[in-house]
Design a protein around this ligand. Structure first.
Ligand SMILES: NC(=O)c1ccc[n+]([C@@H]2O[C@H](COP(=O)([O-])OP(=O)(O)OC[C@H]3O[C@@H](n4cnc5c(N)ncnc54)[C@H](OP(=O)(O)O)[C@@H]3O)[C@@H](O)[C@H]2O)c1
Length: 196
């Protein structure tokens, strides 16, 4: 399986650390060219490779660690049909840090609509980057990552990746079923640890 992280800011870097800790190969890309990302990618670990956006979008599993508002810019950059996509975005308005008005829709459903044919799995959006960057093994347990998506096979593959990265996957079912738990709210289980 090949993996790419699009977006190399707070969440993209936190996820790159998670891949590096487990020696799993991952490409990282952003708007900036690979040469600009390479020093930090190299510092994170030898399995993290800076790439162009075009090349990163060819990975079998693509993680969109970018602002929700930027998702539409990627829609026409590749054929998303049948592609596995992890969506850690939150539709938040800055600087007031409040949920954007999406006309009653969930952001994950809009990502699914925008990336036509993609198999979108919402995951990693409820953990702050500073926590996500740390080891998921804590206090004798593993940090929980919620996931949801409409394609059961995609959920299975992403659950396996979450497990490989050392986290405890918690599959909430379809995007609709997962959204109430995963949508932006102040009671996020930021540091839920599963023991046993
Ligand atoms: N920060 C958190 O604690 C946190 C927690 C949970 C979820 N999230 C969500 O995760 C997502 C990323 O947040 P962040 O805090 O990591 O943001 P960030 O630090 O601002 O980083 C955003 C990254 O996205 C890249 N980017 C922006 N537009 C792009 C485009 N059109 N094509 C390719 N790359 C693009 C930027 O590229 P350049 O580097 O080239 O500018 C940058 O690397 C957001 O949706 C946020 O809501 C964040």
């Amino acid at each position: 399986m090949s993996y790419a992280i699009i977006g190399f800011g707070a969440i993209g870097q936190a996820l790159a650390w998670a891949f590096a800790r487990k020696n799993i190969q991952v490409s990282v890309a952003a708007r900036r060219p690979p040469e600009a990302l390479a020093p930090l990618a190299t510092a994170i670990g030898p399995t993290v490779t800076a790439s162009s956006l075009q090349d990163a979008l060819k990975a079998q599993i693509v993680i969109l660690a970018i602002p929700f508002s930027a998702i539409a810019e990627l829609a026409s950059m590749t054929n998303w049909s049948g592609r596995r996509v992890i969506d850690p975005t939150n539709a938040i308005k800055f600087p007031d840090f409040t949920p954007a008005d999406l006309g009653g829709k969930f952001s994950s459903s809009l990502v699914q609509e925008t990336l036509s044919g993609a198999q979108v799995v919402k995951a990693f959006n409820t953990i702050p980057a500073a926590v996500l960057a740390q080891s998921p093994e804590e206090d004798g347990g593993r940090r929980v990552v919620f996931l949801s998506g409409d394609n059961p096979d995609a959920r299975k593959d992403i659950s396996a990746l979450i497990d490989d990265l050392g986290f405890a996957p918690m599959d909430l079912g379809s995007l609709q079923d997962g959204a109430p738990q995963q949508c932006f709210h102040p009671l996020w289980a930021k540091n839920l640890i599963l023991k046993g």
